[in-house]
Design a protein around this ligand. Structure first.
Ligand code: NAD
Ligand code: WQD
Length: 338
């Protein structure tokens, strides 16, 4: 059985990807500092799959922790999810973000090289595009991140591409996620943000479960059909399956670095998301209208055709399924993993 190391595998997207990997027959080891997650997520992955996985609690910036897991596990590839991901935090403390995200990746790549592990799938973000000139956004669109978090993602893409160029034994897949939402349909794992949720879907789920009174709806004067912003929401299990496809493709990609949008190619407005979530939860989901949130773009959705033609992957789950599965998780676990 082939083995993969998943950094950040206790986190939201990493834990769902662990389920998809293990169900496809991969042996999985997780390296996670647990600074934004809980070991309960890894326990729940094992329960869903009916098979155990190794968890090392450690930081990717700690060379000895990375070395230990890589030498003991001997992975065939690494899926690199570990990192800090809050846009507003990155604006408030940019150096923390640059240090953390770049140093984690540089340390990881160095240990991989030393140990002859030269396949990596990296969690990038549609944030690297910034405000788009054209829609849908393809991988060849200009990149101009509007915040330090997005710059760390673009710089890491460059770092990985340069490493691949240094030796034809490397191969890499850079996955630009659009808006990941929802949960595994079992409701045993899901998104569990610390404090007040910054993103739309987790905020709505906390209103539905009674933890918050009303959604703040940011921006009702966008040049869109209903005045609210349009995004490409993608079910986290579709995203997880995209990683599996990217990982499999690395086997025949020596010396290459590939970049893929992982989105549905469909856009939903904030009002459409509220309506779909009302349907899924049966809750009236009150909201209060506010001005636009600074830095938000009006519309952003993916052209996911490259992933379909080169990886044979496309997202299949609907907005209704994203809301339904998110609600199964939140209603079974009103306080998340706590
Ligand atoms: P998350 O915070 O739930 O998961 C990240 C995990 O990495 C956490 O478990 C955290 O404890 C761990 N971690 C952080 N720094 C670490 C370090 N230095 N060493 C070891 N572990 C560390 O976030 P997520 O939503 O699952 O995102 C996963 C990845 O995908 C991140 O790189 C994020 O930037 C990227 N991404 C997320 C989104 C999104 O909307 N959720 C969109 C695009 C890209
Ligand atoms: C969606 C829409 C908000 C919250 C973010 C990151 C991006 C990526 C994915 C990591 C917008 C509106 C939101 C609320 C609202 N993450 N909204 N009330 O901004 O598209 O992307 O997550 O890479 O980097 O920026 O997602 O869910 O925050 O917002 O009205 O309480 O919902 O204004 O129009 P976004 P989001």
């Amino acid at each position: 059985m082939a083995t993969v190391l998943v950094t950040g595998g206790a986190g939201y997207i990493g834990s769902h990807t662990c389920v998809a990997l293990m169900e496809a027959g991969w042996e999985v080891a997780v390296l996670d500092s647990l600074e934004n997650s809980s070991s309960a997520a890894v326990d729940a992955v094992a329960k869903i799959v009916g098979r155990g996985l190794r968890l090392d609690v450690g930081d990717c910036r700690d060379e000895s922790a990375v070395e230990k897991v890589i030498t003991e596990v001997g992975p065939d590839a690494v899926l690199h999810f570990a990192g800090l991901k809050s846009v507003p935090d990155s604006v408030a403390d940019p150096l923390r973000y640059y240090r953390h995200n770049l140093e984690s990746t540089a340390t990881l790549l160095g240990v991989m090289e030393r140990n002859g592990v030269r396949r990596i799938v990296f969690s990038s973000s549609a944030t690297v595009y910034g405000p788009p000139d054209e829609l849908p956004v393809s991988e060849t669109a200009p990149t101009r991140p509007a915040n330090p978090y997005g710059w760390t993602k673009l710089m890491i893409e460059q770092m990985i591409a340069d490493v691949v160029r240094s030796s034809s034994r490397w191969s890499a897949s850079l996955l630009r996620y659009f808006n990941p939402v929802g949960a595994h349909p079992s409701g045993m794992i899901g998104e569990d943000p610390e404090g007040v949720p910054g993103n739309l879907m987790p905020y709505l789920l906390q209103v539905a479960v009674g933890r918050r009174a009303a959604l703040p709806l940011y921006g009702t004067d966008y040049p869109t059909p209903d005045g609210t912003a349009l995004r490409d929401y993608i079910h986290v299990m579709d995203l997880a399956e995209g990683h599996l496809a990217a990982l499999q493709a690395l086997e025949s990609s020596a010396g290459q670095v590939h970049t893929y949008n992982l989105g549905t190619g469909r856009a939903a407005s904030v009002r459409e998301v509220i309506a779909a979530m009302r349907e899924a939860t049966g809750h009236p989901l009150p909201y209060e209208e506010f001005d636009r949130r600074p830095g938000d773009v009006s519309e952003l959705w993916a052209d996911p055709s490259r992933a379909l033609s080169e990886l044979g992957w496309s997202a299949t789950r609907t907005l209704a399924e994203m809301c339904r599965d998110g609600w199964v998780w939140q209603s079974k676990n009103p306080q998340g993993y706590r």
